[in-house]
Design a protein around this ligand. Structure first.
Ligand SMILES: [Zn+2]
Length: 150
């Protein structure tokens, strides 16, 4: 379900708007105050899927903080964590970029960063590994780690 939509916070009134992912390229307005909603190109307001061909560009060469979630389709804790990470992407928009990597489809990236279990989150800052967060941490603990990187 979390895969089908994501949240964009209205710049004007702060309302969180749920936008279907299939409409992410279209113009959208706030459901409450009708202000246009902005999709920040560098910091999407949801975790974008990255694979081995785009990891270097999206994470290593990104000039700012990135949180990478390694997840797997069969992982129950990941299903709990994915919508939380999408929420955080909205809340930290403009500050931290959020990406997700499917472990099974991207074994080379996973082994490069020694990801041995899912969920694993790795914080990168200016292309360098900053911190490694193991397991489905509660949201407030992830927030603390994100703030430490800013
Ligand atoms: Zn609004």
């Amino acid at each position: 379900m979390a895969e089908d939509s994501f949240i964009i916070r209205c710049d004007r009134c702060g309302t969180k708007n749920r936008i279907p992912r299939s409409r992410s390229g279209e113009r959208a307005v706030c459901g409450k105050c009708r202000a246009p909603l902005h999709f920040s190109a560098g910091y999407p307001q949801y975790a974008i899927a990255v694979d081995e061909s785009s990891f270097e560009r999206e994470v290593i060469r990104f000039p700012g903080p990135v949180l990478v979630l390694f997840w797997a389709t069969w992982c129950g804790h990941c299903r709990v964590l994915l919508p939380i990470v999408d929420e955080l992407a909205s809340e930290f928009s403009g500050l931290v970029k959020f990406v997700k990597v499917d472990l099974d489809r991207n074994p080379v990236v996973a082994s490069t960063y020694q990801v041995q279990s899912v969920p694993t989150m790795i914080e990168f800052k200016n292309g360098r590994l900053f911190n490694r967060l193991l397991g489905a941490l509660p949201k407030d603990q992830i927030v603390r780690n994100l703030r430490a990187m800013l």
